[in-house]
Design a protein around this ligand. Structure first.
Ligand code: C5P
Length: 239
């Protein structure tokens, strides 16, 4: 992957349903991070209009789309006017759904401006353990299922996967250097772990092969979010 400015690799998770709070944070973070991540909580509360209010920096729309191929393709087309830089889909939706999503994303053309979003697959949610997978009929190890789903997504034209830091090495080996690995669950050494159980420092994630780092509360919960983001970006500069 091309060498990027370290700050541009950070996407700050704005986990809030509050548009004003998200707007304030995104203004404060301009130039200090690569973009912001808005999830289902924000989208369910505010819809596309709310997303459109978060302007001036790339948006990672974490909608984790999972439905029949036609519906997912329609949902991808519906969010294209918002110009998301990154959009998530569930790899468990299967090959036809993944291909339909990838095709729909290509419909982004020059007329409305913007670049085609990077489509990134969610594999096995980290909230699921071996027992939870078994209950859904999957007897493989979680790590094997993660690898299987990431490769499936790649073979269907998806650009990358969301993964935890301890899955980076395996997915990088399986999927090669051009597959975008998006990694959450990161904590700089000076920040509290909160509810994240296995935390990795942002720079360690880069060293392992991550491309995009998703960091929320160490930035959003800091007394000066911009300073916190700049501090993390400064630490990444050593990479
Ligand atoms: O505040 P924090 O840095 O923990 O936020 C991390 C973000 O990444 C949240 O939006 C969370 O939903 C998301 N995420 C995660 N762990 C995963 C997948 C996504 O924390 N395994």
């Amino acid at each position: 992957m091309m060498k990027l400015d370290p700050a541009s690799r950070i996407f700050c998770a704005l986990d809030t349903p509050d548009v004003a709070a998200a707007r304030k944070l995104s203004h404060a973070l301009k130039g200090a991070v690569g973009g912001v991540k808005l999830g289902l909580e924000f989208f369910a509360a505010n819809g596309p209009k709310g997303v459109a209010e978060i302007s001036g920096m790339p948006v990672f729309l974490d909608l984790k789309l999972h439905d029949i191929p036609n519906t997912v393709a329609g949902a991808v087309r519906s969010v294209l006017p918002l110009n998301p830089a990154i959009l998530t889909v569930h790899a468990a939706g299967g090959a036809a759904m993944l291909r339909a999503a990838a095709e729909a994303a290509k419909e982004k053309t020059g007329k409305s401006g913007g670049v085609r979003p990077k489509l990134v697959a969610v594999t096995v949610l980290t909230s699921l353990d071996q027992g939870d997978l078994q209950e859904t009929g999957i007897r493989d190890k979680v790590s094997d299922q993660v690898r299987r789903l990431a490769s499936l997504a790649q073979n269907c034209g998806i650009d990358g996967a969301v993964c935890s830091a301890h899955e980076i090495a395996a997915l990088r080996a399986d999927c090669g250097p051009d597959f975008t690995l998006v990694v959450p669950g990161l904590r700089p050494p000076w920040a509290a772990a909160q509810d994240q159980k296995r935390v990795t420092a942002p720079i360690e994630a880069l060293e392992l092969g991550a491309d995009i780092l998703v960091i929320g509360r160490p930035i959003t919960g800091a007394s000066d979010p911009r300073q916190a983001a700049l501090r993390i970006a400064g630490e990444l500069a050593a990479f």
